[in-house]
Ligand binder design. Structure first.
Ligand code: ZN
Ligand code: ZN
Length: 268
């Protein structure tokens, strides 16, 4: 492809690492290849709308949803006839089993499971973790165990898909301390790290992100604390961040040591 006017190419510094790479390699829907906003998004909006999420009313034991959407959760006929050995199962979404109809979720799950497309595990696992948040939030899970595969099947398939999904679902720490997490990394790796941090924040984790890279801090932080000489000398919300003021604080020329209310208070 010949680019006639190089002024159309944005400079990396004008977009930030992540957006620059997205401009260069636009992320695509894993089913229809339409553009999506984020590289970890599995499906575009129209494909997502075709996926039927499991919603209430459902069977609280096996997790199956009912076709009749009126009424509350209740045990299904199968679980009344014979209670399963587990306490509760949670299903994420449904797709048609007939081979004639192309369906985004079935296609991507089959490519992941049988087509050795290991890279699909991360976006799929994230989607599951987000959509099943209610289930996880109700329980304090101690351990997440993937369903083991028979060694023969593992050799044939090359990987256990439930390990990859479980890894994504299990990434729900409540607190992350990250000190200079992108130091020495190339732009692609930096972008990956920042996306992981933002995903954790969106999943409800508290994140303390320590960095000397101001641009990075402004991209990641909701609230910014400035340190100088081992002391906290300023605290501000991102939308009130002033680079000149931050610079002076970092250099020790300005001290706006926050009081307890500003440090711990909830924004009004
Ligand atoms: Zn799509
Ligand atoms: Zn049931």
């Amino acid at each position: 492809m010949k680019v006639e006017n190089s002024s159309f190419i944005p400079h990396p510094s004008s977009l930030g690492f992540g957006r620059w790479l997205d401009w260069l390699y636009p992320p695509r829907c894993r089913f229809c290849r339409a553009s999506v906003f984020d590289a970890d998004e599995c499906f575009c909006r129209s494909c997502r709308e075709r996926i039927r999420r499991v919603t209430h009313p459902l069977c609280p034991s096996c997790g199956r949803p009912f076709l009749d959407t009126s009424g509350d959760d209740h045990l299904c006929g199968k679980c009344i006839a014979r209670r399963p050995h587990f306490v509760r199962a949670c299903a994420w979404a449904c797709y048609p089993t007939e081979d004639g109809e192309e369906h985004p979720l079935r296609e991507v799950v089959q490519r992941f499971k049988y087509g050795r497309k290991v890279s699909l595990g991360k976006p799929l696992g994230r989607l599951m973790a987000v959509d099943c948040r209610e289930f996880f939030d109700e329980r304090a899970l101690d351990v997440i165990l993937p369903v083991p595969l028979h060694p023969k099947r593992l050799r044939w398939r090359g990987f256990n898909q439930s390990v990859i999904l479980a890894r994504e679902i299990g990434r729900r720490p409540r607190l992350l301390l990250a000190a200079q997490p992108t130091r020495g990394l190339d732009p692609g790796a930096t972008r990956f790290v920042i996306e992981q941090v933002l995903a954790l924040r969106d999943a409800g984790a508290a994140v303390l992100y320590v960095s000397t890279e101001l641009e990075e801090v402004l991209a990641v932080a909701d609230r910014i604390g400035v340190m100088c000489g081992g002391r906290l000398v300023g605290m501000m919300w991102r939308d009130e961040a002033d680079l000149g003021r931050i610079g002076l604080m970092m250099a020790g020329a300005l001290d706006e040591t926050p009081d307890a209310e500003r440090l711990y208070g909830v924004r009004g």
